[in-house]
Design a binder for this molecule. Structure first.
Ligand code: HEC
Length: 162
């Protein structure tokens, strides 16, 4: 390295060291190590497409709790699936989900149009009929609903058995 270049590098380092705040947080040369990513991090966080089976199904499968899924009330295999019994909406497979329930029908998922999809409206509590889902449980987080929105925007792809 030439003397002059070394001097200006030193100057930059001194300057950076003297500055507080955002400049110190830039860490421009630090590569992100995939091993540091949160557990469950996937292609999605890297900007890849949402997969229904990998990213959304596990959310629906969650048991009753603060962040409940849909299984308890919309999977016919459960002892008291009140959502399924009342509306016919079976969420236990993607093929069944696409058929919707008595009021939503095929409008449950409108590929490419999250705002027009009753699934999103039910999760956000904006659907014209009934209550926000999961009924009587805490709402899904903004990030969780964003996954559903993105999956629909990307064409709501997936096989019937997902
Ligand atoms: C505690 C039981 C319960 C849980 C958990 C639940 N639901 Fe429901 N769901 C119902 C009941 C009851 C209805 C009918 C009344 C209504 O629409 O508000 C319903 C209706 C719906 C409908 C409207 C179906 C139609 O065509 O009329 C959608 C869509 C729906 N649920 C989606 C979901 C989703 C998605 C989840 C999981 C995030 C979920 N539900 C979790 C009980 C539940």
């Amino acid at each position: 390295m030439k003397k002059k270049a070394r001097a200006s590098l030193l100057g930059a380092l001194v300057l950076a060291g003297c500055l507080d705040g955002p400049v110190g947080d830039l860490r421009p040369y630090q590569e992100e190590d995939p091993a540091d990513a949160a557990p469950g991090a996937s292609d999605v966080e890297a900007g890849g497409p949402v997969s229904f089976a990998r990213d959304i199904r596990p959310l629906m499968n969650r048991p009753n709790g603060p962040r409940a899924g849909c299984k308890e009330c919309h999977y016919p295999s459960q002892p008291n699936p009140q959502g399924f019994d009342l509306t016919g909406l079976d969420l236990s497979s993607l093929g069944a989900l696409r058929k919707g329930g008595v009021s939503t029908g095929r409008g449950i998922v409108v590929a490419g149009q999250p705002d027009a999809s009753a699934l999103v409206q039910k999760l956000e509590g904006t659907y014209a009929r009934g209550v926000r889902m999961p009924k009587d449980r805490g709402p899904w987080s903004v990030d969780e609903i964003a996954l559903v929105r993105r999956w629909i925007l990307e064409g709501a792809k997936g096989a019937d058995d997902e």
